[in-house]
Design a protein around this ligand. Structure first.
Ligand code: EPZ
Length: 452
């Protein structure tokens, strides 16, 4: 178990303002897309996250000239791009899978190890490979990795739907390969997530011809070259959703600055009373704690409730009188966190392969627990903040993959937290293509910023 931890003292009412960072799952594939042009791309509002740093390091190792213009602004210039992505960073995060489509589109060949990422159960890439094959590529997958090769890529009509609905990164990969293919492609069963829409907006700025973003049918007219683009990453709906649930749990008034409108996706269906506890003030969402009847949550592809907020919603369910049900139709095995939740006192039973029943309202009590993945880790902070006494969350580096300055943001809301600092920090550099160095901070270097 890692020595990186956060200690949370719960039971306080929180409140104040929190600004949402750039969207991780929008930014990661967009960095991959910068491989599709020789011209410079500027990305703004890039969140400082370990997954993002890993993706930047992977593209730098592929030959891209990467420059950090300020804390959240980066430039990428891919004059020449290698076809092979080495294992060091690729295996650390899931979105590296998008390099397959980008490298195939750019070089007509790609080779890399199987991507890593949070363990949410089975995460096959058969639909990605099916899409590449439909466009004319030969695709092989072995235990060592994936190889793609195409004499030419030719537009085609194909499906990116799978047994559990559309695939987000599968859709992104198909788009990456199709925008520089010859002729017209039609993607049926495409993912409709806002992250896909923003990704298409970036490619359109680069000169790609894409119609239907946000629907399940995308039409792409291949072009012979793409140009550079300057793009601002929109704010992260999963981070905003996590703070929204925090607000409903324990905040007198929490202002979520620059909340994306999609943050409410699926939530009013689960919590019709949410309107009584949250209101829009311009671009900000102001939330306060509430009392709710039992909820029925079923995570499914957009526009339904997101799987990436399922563990956080389980924490809220534990604070509702009566029995709530939480189901995940996308990742039925995404319940590895319930053992940790039970240690805090939650009353949770598995009622079906993809469903848990949560009985409430339970008084939570601090315990030592370990994050099992990124979103579950964030949910453990929420649980710790409403538990009596001290909760220690180990393996907090999962959370640093997707939440920028999470502890600092919670501290600013009045939370009492002590934590080891960011496990992997980037040595910033403005010197062109200087390697990005990760350093691991000493476990003894504790940031202690507890409040009364
Ligand atoms: C993306 O993962 C997100 N990751 C995940 O975010 C998110 O949980 C997930 O979409 C669902 O919304 C990124 O965007 C980097 P999928 P992805 O392919 O694309 C099955 C987070 O916490 N499937 O949409 O890997 C798959 O098993 C995370 O930020 C196939 O069967 O998920 C699942 O049941 C983690 N074959 C379903 O489709 C395939 O080839 C949807 O998965 C691909 C997927």
């Amino acid at each position: 178990m890692s020595v990186h931890y956060a200690r949370v003292w719960g039971g306080k009412a929180l409140g104040g303002s929190v600004a949402i960072s750039g969207s991780k799952n929008t930014c990661l594939p967009i960095i991959a897309a910068t491989l599709l042009t020789e011209e410079t791309c500027i990305l703004r509002n890039v969140p400082q996250l370990t997954d993002i740093f890993c993706m930047i390091e992977v593209v730098r190792r592929l030959g891209v000239a990467v420059e950090r213009l300020d804390a959240h602004t980066w430039s990428f210039e891919a004059k020449a791009v290698a076809a092979y992505a080495d294992r060091t960073f690729v295996e650390r995060f899931r979105a590296s899978v998008c390099l397959l489509g980008a490298l195939l589109g750019r070089n007509r060949r790609a080779s890399m190890p199987v991507p890593g990422g949070c363990k949410l159960g089975s995460r096959p890439i058969d639909i990605h490979l099916r899409a590449f094959r439909a466009l004319g590529a030969e695709a092989t997958q072995t235990s060592d990795g994936i190889d793609l090769h195409a004499e030419r890529l030719t537009g085609a009509t194909f499906s990116v739907a799978g047994p559990r609905g559309s695939t987000v990164t599968g859709t992104l990969n198909a788009i990456l390969a199709a925008v520089l293919a010859e002729g017209r492609s039609v993607l049926v069963g495409a993912a409709r997530e806002p992250e896909v829409v923003s990704f298409c907006a970036f490619l359109q700025k680069m000169g790609a011809k894409i119609e239907g973003a946000g629907t399940d049918r995308l039409a792409i007219e291949g072009v012979s070259a793409l140009r550079g683009a300057d793009f601002t990453i929109p704010s992260d709906r999963m981070e905003a959703g996590t703070f929204l649930i925090l607000g409903l749990l324990c905040c007198d008034a929490l202002r979520i600055i620059n909340a994306p409108r999609e943050v409410l996706c699926g939530i009013p269906e689960i919590l019709p009373q949410i309107a009584d506890y949250c209101r829009w003030e311009g671009e900000d969402l102001v939330v306060r704690r509430g009392e709710f009847p039992p909820i029925e949550v079923s995570a499914a592809p957009y526009p339904h409730f997101p799987t990436d907020l399922q563990p956080q919603m389980t924490v809220l369910a534990s604070q509702i009188a009566g029995t709530s049900h939480v189901r995940d139709t996308i990742f039925p095995d995404r319940f590895t966190h319930i053992d940790a939740f039970r240690r805090l006192g939650m009353d949770i039973k598995k009622t079906a392969d993809d469903t848990i029943a949560v009985a409430g309202k339970t008084a939570l009590c601090g315990a030592e627990i370990a994050a099992t993945d990124l979103r579950a880790g964030a949910a453990m902070y929420l649980a710790g903040l409403i538990a009596r006494g001290e909760t220690t969350i180990f393996q907090k580096e999962y959370v640093e993959r997707g939440y920028e300055n999470f502890e600092e943001k919670l501290l600013a809301l009045g939370a009492a937290i002590e934590y080891t600092p960011l496990q992997m920090q980037q040595e910033t550099s403005n010197a062109g293509n200087t390697p990005i160095i990760f350093r691991t901070d000493s476990a003894h270097n504790i940031f202690q910023k507890t409040s009364e």
